[in-house]
Design a protein around this ligand. Sequence first.
Ligand code: GLC
Length: 755
Amino acid sequence: MNLRRSFILGTTALLILAGCQGTTRNARYDARTEREIERLLSQMTLAEKIGQTNQLSSYGTAEAMHDVIAEGKVGSILNEVDPYTINAMQRIAVEESRLGIPLIIGRDVIHGFRTVFPIPLGLAATFDPELVEQGARIAALEATASGVRWTFSPMLDISRDARWGRIAESSGEDTYLNKVMGTAMVRGYQGGGAGDPTCMAACAKHFVGYGAAEGGRDYNSTNIPPRQMRNVYLPPFEACIVDAGAMTLMTSFNDNDGIPATGNTHLLTDVLRKEWGFDGMVVTDWNSAGEMIAHGFADDGKDAARKAINAGVDMDMMSHTFGLNLEELIAEGKVDEGRLDDAVRNILRLKFRLGLFDDPYVDADAARDACYTEENLAAAYRSAAESAVLLRNENNTLPLDASKLRRVLVTGPLADAPYEQLGTWTFDGEASHTVTPLAALRETYGDRIAFVFEPAMATSRSRMSAAQLAAVTAKAAQCDAVLVFAGEEAILSGEAHCLADLNLQGSQSDLIAAARRSGRPVVTVIMAGRPLTVKRDLGNMDALLYSFHPGTMGGPAIADILFGKVSPSGKLPATFPVAAGQIPMHYNRNMTGRPASGTEVLLDDIVPGAGQTSLGCSSYMLDTGFAPLFPFGYGLSYTTFEYSRPELDAESYSADGTIRAACTLRNSGSRDAEEVVQLYVRDMVGSVTRPIKELKAFRRVAVPAGETVRVEIELPVAELAFWNIDMERTVEPGEFRLWMAGDSDSGEYATFHVK
Ligand code: GLC
């Protein structure tokens, strides 16, 4: 049995026996490793040191990369996943290069390797970090079996703008949820950490603020002031680096307040190294060093390399500026060789931690054995089921009763689209393994129900004629219910795929309306990589289930939810706006001096000749009002839940105290179900204005039908700390409110004070 397999069995046994917390903190590299690093470094030529800082995308074969590897001109290769090719590349590095330093192979394993899980926005909707950690562990087992030992994940970009295509890849708009999901992924990817052959180094990205791109347009400038950077954007990175021990970090494309992240010394050195004590490795994003020329922040490649490495970057992904310029920059004294030595130390430390010097090879013949196992597919199914969010269910249309249905029309561009439901950033998942909703419906319920499939639209952007729409109405009228699978293809979200208009594309809205005209119950399932503005469609559907591109097992999960085998429990990780014009629209906004009351005069209510006035005006939109379509944290169930007002164990707390909050949660319906109890806090008055609510904890709770459970959450008062008017991270005394509710817009609060 090879090292890898024996370790997997051994570790699993140990973890079960010891009940370990699945510690993912890197076992602090020991002094021996540091001595090894220094010994190796002392033998390296300047060219070999520079070679380690160079990351190249695979040319496709080991032969094509033979010379650049053998001459020690590359330290890492990305986008190679064939285990035989990876072994061959490693063999060249280890056996033919002068010092035999192994490569580290990186890949965007963002939400699964071969077994594809829901996109990260969907994983966030599960509000189930244990499940997300399990999914990341499975991704690591599948990917490391092929020789991929580094993933460019978790993506920790706070995403408050659904126009930004990469919201799909994020854990949504909330800082706490991003922290929880990001650290869960790091733990899952890295497993036992240093020395674990199934450890896949995590990469906290994109550092930092990339999701605040102006206008939701990818790569655009951001303007995040220092305090908001500290209170909103940096915490997920700090948690992944300091608490979960992420081994690497990636710089982001954006310039913030005029400084490109890849050349930002304050972030990469002052904050990351000096303040957080990061001893891992920093890689640029793809050519983000070279793009500082386009930014107008560097004169040329040489200047870009100088700014990047002096800011604190260790490895250059695909700009070639390090490989082409560092020797000259050092000769000219513009880059200190000591900085290069530190970069190489960080790279070598990563390789030592991953055990690559001991054994860089994989059992290529066995690589596929790790993929698509029953356990992996079961975890993907559970993730897809828990990530689905029920947004509308008029007259309890769902769950469908199979005994009362003979014929069901299945229509829409996403009903049977195996590649599209995998979602964005799916490089290695195979559509041939996808189970689509149509396939699952027929497989599971086809013995009792005839599922009539009429795609109606080749893609989400197809246009339908009146005759085609009429045909759908007629076909639907011959059935007992209609399932419309709408949304967007995988390519319509993700990197560089931003949208100004978030309405359903093409004739999808017309298709839903055509189904409605049949008079039959209409259930819409939307698969998408982002919140879409579906207000205009809601009146034409009895039920809406939202599935953020659910991955390989999306079909069975959706089918089982539709027919009630599973009760939906997902909650929105991002606010759904009424219209794109409402954006940015996030729940943890500030109150402003003129908060909307909800009684404002709307466009259609304005009488002719209405007088001009500014009195009584508040912060809202004439056409859409103020409220979102669906708030952060929202999601229906097949049952109903009733919350009591939260009870606190004290009326006031000291800054080092712990708040013990509790509520009763009653399942007042007829079905067993799970609920995500969310704990929000509001700091009523601060030395700076404070968000109207902040998620501080959540619990996924199973409640049998008709029963009541007591939910208790302990919240250290320290979790209320924020960066205040003096840029000090502190808990300020004063009045606070605390909610325990099913979403960010409901529930009663309890009041407490911090002394
Ligand atoms: C891309 C992305 C980054 C990814 C990298 C490698 O441009 O911004 O998230 O990890 O390049 O594919």
